[in-house]
Design a protein around this ligand. Structure first.
Ligand code: PLP
Length: 385
């Protein structure tokens, strides 16, 4: 056993970041706009559309966080005070918080057991019930690709279309994941990405809103830069926000883009190894791609632990690893179980609660080696026996 600390997903630099930052400094582009912001947006757009002519129109607006991107997406979808917005319950609170910034109410919908993301059948039932109860259709649907695993987007989009509700994809954890060959973030009306310190790539802090066209990208940037109208003096018709990404952060992002594909390949290789080594362990289920339609980036590798079979709880495992200097984490606690959202309507089926009770995230980032994975799995096996 080594004393090396193993973290879930630690930031990892390519070495090119310093060069981009140096160029930004040389040009005195130390402001929340500039050539690196523009280039980073273009590089992200090229990556996301991935040569698909149907996606050549998408445009990206770089902002200060994934949370800001979700907020801007809701603003552009016209979410206002008194509206209801459907949100996946099994997620990080940043998916739901921006709904409340708009004075709207999140309505939580539980997951299906295959991808762990929003259950399309329950979504349909929830919308129908909201229409009956309130006489109004929810204004938007926020679907999340949790841990990088794509949600069942065709089914979700079909339900959304049936009711005429736009979909905002929270792809904060899913940069590089694909659903039926299309990259996450391009599967709804808007997509939100995060470049926080522990995501697939980092700008130290940052995010992006993926927009369907240049017009909506301009609108997003307008709201992200204080909603200033084009007058020679400061003139405002709308409340704006200071959400634009710093050019220095974008320079880091451009360096990170040079190793994005390597990062994704590394996360996927670790995932394949975890899955292989855990395949014969009774009571531990590795959360792999449930069908050929989904190709997760495996931002985090996740398992569920059956205490009746293993004699262990997920938290017992977590504490054991903590003692070894290895960071693991329980799965997200669903939003419908959060005290802060206790008064919000919720449509549940027990899936996310069950996952929260049994699930664990395993170290998966660029600093984690295949030897680390072997050691982690043998510790799990040792503890069970
Ligand atoms: C990280 C994350 C966000 C928020 O992104 P920030 O850049 O940290 O604001 C939103 N949703 C999910 C699912 C996330 O994991």
């Amino acid at each position: 056993m080594t004393n090396k600390k193993i973290l879930l997903c630690l930031a990892h630099m390519s070495g090119n970041e310093q060069r981009f930052i140096a160029e930004a400094f040389a040009g005195n582009w130390v402001v929340p706009l500039g050539p690196d912001v523009d280039a980073f947006e273009q590089e992200l757009g090229t990556f996301l559309s991935d040569g698909d002519p149907a996606l050549s129109g998408i445009r990206v607006a770089a902002v200060s966080s994934g949370t800001a991107a979700i907020h801007l997406g809701l603003i552009l979808l016209g979410v206002t005070k008194g509206d209801e917005v459907i949100c996946q319950s099994f997620t990080f609170s940043a998916s739901a918080n921006p709904v409340t910034y708009q004075g709207a109410t999140p309505v939580f919908v539980d997951s299906e057991p295959e991808t762990w993301n929003m259950d399309p059948t329950l979504l349909d039932r929830a919308i129908s019930d909201r229409v009956t109860k309130t006489g109004r259709t929810p204004r938007a649907i926020i679907v999340v690709h949790l841990y990088g695993m794509p949600a069942k987007m065709d089914e979700i989009n079909a339900v959304a279309q049936k009711w005429g509700i736009p979909v905002l994809e929270d792809a904060a954890e899913a940069l590089g994941s694909t659903y039926r060959g299309r990259r996450c973030g391009t599967l709804g009306h808007f997509g939100a990405l995060s470049f926080n310190g522990n995501k697939m790539i980092t700008t130290s802090g940052g995010g992006a809103l993926v927009c369907p066209d240049e017009k909506s990208q301009r609108r997003a940037i307008f709201f992200a830069t204080q909603a200033r109208e084009s007058f020679p003096y400061y003139h405002h018709l709308h409340v704006g926000y200071n959400y634009r990404l710093s050019n220095i952060s974008a320079a880091i992002g451009r360096g990170q883009m040079t190793i994005l594909e390597d990062h994704i390949a590394h996360h996927r290789a670790l995932a394949a190894l975890y899955a292989e080594l855990l395949a014969d362990v009774d009571g531990i289920d590795y959360h792999g791609n449930p069908s050929p339609e989904t190709d997760s980036n495996f931002w985090l590798s996740t398992i569920t632990v059956d205490p009746a079979v293993t004699g262990l709880t997920a938290d017992r495992l977590r504490l054991h690893f903590e003692g070894l200097g290895i960071e693991t984490r329980l799965l997200w606690k669903p939003m419908h179980m959060q005290p802060v959202f206790a008064s919000c309507p919720a449509y549940t089926n027990g899936v996310s609660t069950h996952l929260f009770e049994r699930g664990l995230c395993l170290p998966s980032g660029p600093w984690v080696t295949t030897d680390d994975v072997r050691m982690i799995v043998s510790e799990i096996k040792r503890l069970i026996s």
